[in-house]
Design a protein around this ligand. Structure first.
Ligand code: 5GP
Ligand code: MG
Length: 173
């Protein structure tokens, strides 16, 4: 198996910065904006965006992680993770921004929409995906994409993050 580097650490940093600027521009600031990262890599990316947003706008945006395995029709796994406990702020009337590492069929995001609706009634929900690798099976798209990387179904995108992997990078395997 070969790993082809698509994005290095520097490019990843710039990507987080651009996505943060896009969020600020689209929402005309950060009022009512909250970030929900999808476990597990979406959570780390959401935290990074929150940090960058604070640096850029001097505003702390509420950020939390949600687990969606219980909402997937195809993956029945036991999880003790409680979204109710993890999301320690109200999302009602907020502009919820979902964050995930890779967007593929769209099934994870469909499940995430259910998970969000169970937490409250947001003003809007939008989506940040670090990578869109294509092959959608549902009418779902990301509002903000780090990089579109067309893939074969047999390929895999490897997202390495400093927090969990010791270094940043995006690879095609
Ligand atoms: P979907 O539900 O859209 O089919 O797949 C998206 C979810 O599966 C994301 O949460 C993502 O973490 C994971 N995923 C799907 N394809 C890939 C991939 O090629 N690489 C990585 N790292 N994650 C993927
Ligand atoms: Mg995932």
């Amino acid at each position: 198996e070969t790993m082809k580097q698509i994005i290095d650490a520097e490019a990843m940093k710039r990507m987080i910065t651009r996505l943060s600027y896009e969020i600020i521009e689209k929402n005309k600031g950060l009022e009512d904006v909250v970030l929900l990262g999808i476990r597990s890599r979406g959570s780390d990316i959401a935290l990074r965006i929150a940090k960058r947003l604070e640096e850029l706008e001097d505003t702390k945006v509420p950020v939390a992680s949600i687990d969606i395995t219980a909402y997937r029709d195809d993956k029945k796994e036991d999880t003790t993770y409680s979204n109710q406990e993890a999301v320690h702020f109200s999302i009602t009337d907020k502009k919820v921004i979902l964050v995930d590492d890779v967007l593929y069929t769209g099934r994870t995001i469909r499940a995430a929409l259910d998970a969000v609706m169970d937490l409250g009634r947001p003003q809007s929900i939008s989506l940040v995906a670090l990578v869109d690798r294509g092959h959608r099976e549902l009418p779902i798209r990301a509002d903000h994409v780090g990089k579109n990387i067309p893939t074969a179904k047999s390929e895999e995108i490897v997202v390495l993050l400093e927090e969990t992997d010791g270094k940043d990078g995006i690879y095609l395997k």
